[in-house]
Design a protein around this ligand. Structure first.
Ligand code: MG
Length: 211
């Protein structure tokens, strides 16, 4: 199926143009996973930045009749701070002396036509987790990539995935020379728990179905 038939064309155009670090094939896979699991409960994305992945996930969630909650403090992850490899000076709020990607994601979600079905939650992952007690259709973890941040995201959110729902994790690098090992470490923990069925991996995107 062509990507245009697979996903709302306006949203796809916005996702393609948005700043971010997600391959289109991974984005379309997220779209499809969200679409098939949105009826089981809300979909949660941890780490939204400017909204590139949020648009793929959000369009799928809407197509599946659900709602997406995008959790991000919008102050950038470890690698996006001034002086770091992924710092974007356009997103620096000099008055706050800090990164701010909130305005950008708000624009992205509006442009994609997803405001009615997408909730932006400006919060740390763990504060947001303590507010959520309903079973979730899908959890997509793409937040901080330190071991501690990834571990916290896994511990606080994975247990909330509904039976039959999806746990997706971005940036899996089996070869340590290609990328940080925190995301794949939590992915392996999830597999070892025996609670999930491993689905096909798409590039660096892992997907597990809660049994
Ligand atoms: Mg990522």
């Amino acid at each position: 199926m062509s990507s245009v038939n697979r996903m709302d064309s306006r949203a796809l155009e916005v996702a393609r143009a948005c700043k971010g670090f997600l391959d289109e094939e991974e984005g379309l896979r997220l779209h499809d996973l969200a679409k098939e699991s949105a009826s089981l409960g809300p979909v949660v994305e941890i780490g939204s930045y400017c909204g590139k992945s949020s648009v793929y996930v959000g369009a799928g969630t809407r197509a599946g009749g659900g709602q997406l909650v995008c959790v991000d403090h919008h102050r950038g992850n470890e690698e996006q701070q001034p002086g770091e490899a992924y710092h974007d000076p356009d997103l620096f709020d000099s008055e706050a002396g800090a990164m701010d990607s909130l305005r950008e994601i708000r624009r992205t979600i509006r442009a994609a036509g997803l405001e009615d079905t997408t909730l932006l939650l400006v919060s740390s992952s763990s504060a947001a987790a303590s507010l959520v007690s309903v079973p979730l259709g899908m959890v997509f973890i793409d937040g901080g990539h330190s071991f501690q941040a990834a571990q916290t995201d896994y511990e606080r959110w994975a247990g909330k995935v509904a039976h039959g729902g999806i746990l997706a994790i971005h940036d899996l690098f089996p070869n340590p020379d290609e990328g940080g090992q925190a995301p794949i470490t939590i992915y392996r923990q999830a597999v070892a728990s025996g609670l999930y069925e491993e689905l096909q991996t798409t590039k660096t995107l892992g997907a597990l179905r809660r049994r």
